[in-house]
Design a protein around this ligand. Sequence first.
Ligand code: MEV
Length: 399
Amino acid sequence: MNEPSSRLKGFYRLSPQERAEVLARWADLDASDRAALQGGLALADADLLVENVVGLYSLPFAIAPNFIIDGREMLIPMVIEEPSVVAALANAARLARAGGGFSTGSTAPVMIGQIQLLDVPDAVSATEAIEAQKEALLAELEPLHPTIRRLGGGPLDLQVRRLDETPAGPMLVVHLLMDTRDAMGANAVNTAAEALAPRLEALTQGRALLRILSNLSDRRRAWASCRIPVNAFSQGDLDGGRVARGIVEANAFAWADPYRAATHNKGIFNGIDAVALATGQDWRAIEAGAHAYAARDGRYRTLTQWQVEEDSLVGRLEIPLAVGTVGGLTRYHPTARLALKILGQPNARRLAEILVAVGLAQNLAALRALVTEGIQRGHMALHARRRQKYSEQAQESSR
Ligand code: MEV
């Protein structure tokens, strides 16, 4: 079967209702999906999610067309309040089509749980004791998560790390590595870490304090790359080769300078967070992991790499990405479920791969704009529309 193209020319010129029609045909949406575009979370379900609920809060749900990811045509659902992010992403996805779109990959979904051990009398023999009992300890954890086990996941390894110099003195940290399959895994890992702690206390004669997952989930990474002919960046008098070189120079700035890297990486998360929000993910966890990863060599740097190879601009982004397609908000939020449907019902690895491709594209969009016309032109178009609407309303109400 031929997939429909995601290159939706003139989509932006339609009304929201007309765009919803196009989306419904494209993604085969039924009446309840269409209703999810209007409503979202029910108050009664919101009341089950967090404490002290008094109402609901809405944001725009938008579509970035033009994506090809691993050869598949894709429309990307985004929830975001910032003008020009969606248009910029669509634009970058269109540019990337000239090179076949984005290629992605990911590791197995392995999360890390940390158990902090204090007052350990002998770090060396404690480490040896944990190593010697590793298989037995892991086996004891297996019954905790029957569904994850049935799906091929579960506890994988224990690793002992020594933190000899901390403000509170030396400590041992045990990392529990666990494949959480399509779950984001925070609950599963925290349960296992808490279950493991008394056994580690007994083995090390230490005192367990924190038992919690690490958001630096660097065992669970996803990556995306693209290769775009530089002439795709030519426009009027603008030479594509110069634009591509400008993007490489802009990226070098963010590699060398944390002040620039923070802004550069923020732009990446304009895209990733918007899709994470649309699909019901814990975007704080994603941000925390990726920013820590950006500083992994001791200095906070750009997360993307850009270089010119022959006549192409080649980009790559790799980050830790802990996302889930079962449990959490995906269970309660009809619009999050709809977003996953638009993305073709991905599993957690595939969703991570889509997110990282979006991050790379969003970075490309920002850098392309910054090295050419600047960022304000795109921003101002929507600002102008908003100003016009509110001044019309003000005139209306003063009549
Ligand atoms: C604005 O939300 C994001 C940018 O500042 C990103 C960047 O500077 O690379 C445009």
